[in-house]
Design a protein around this ligand. Structure first.
Ligand code: DGP
Length: 120
């Protein structure tokens, strides 16, 4: 846990969030500023600031986060129409929370959002 990390606080229930899934290694909750009808953040319980901070030992964890994304997408009935999974890394990608997270986006066609720059 990192003391001033908002996602660590959500994981530890010090901050409120609408949690839709959790297990021993990951927590998934609704984004506070959704860019699509479905916008879920999937975070590891382990505090890893960015994708660049992944270590060899985290390889199974990053795979697990994608499995969780699939599970949550299934729970929210996104399998048929599809969805997008995005990781922002660093300033040019617009990363604002420095606790590694996957954005799971769906519920509408998303091609236009990439063109407009809010593919998240
Ligand atoms: P990124 O740009 O990849 O770092 O996206 C961070 C996302 O986190 C952004 O879409 C908004 C969301 N977010 C920021 N603060 C909070 C919060 O306190 N609660 C929730 N649920 N989401 C948050």
């Amino acid at each position: 846990m990192s003391a001033d990390c908002i996602f660590c606080k959500i994981i530890d229930r010090e901050l409120d969030a609408e949690i839709v899934y959790e297990d021993d290694h990951a927590v998934a909750f609704k984004d506070i500023n959704p860019a699509a009808p479905v916008h879920i953040l999937i975070v590891p319980r382990k505090h890893i600031p960015t994708l660049l901070d992944l270590e060899k030992e985290d390889e199974s964890l990053i795979g697990h986060l994608h499995t969780v994304a699939n599970k949550v997408a299934g729970n929210l009935n996104l399998e048929k129409k599809g969805f997008r999974v995005v990781i922002n890394c660093g300033a040019d990608a617009g990363q604002i929370v420095f606790h590694l997270h996957l954005h799971l986006l769906g519920g509408r066609p998303l091609l236009q959002t990439m063109a407009k720059g809010r593919g998240v």
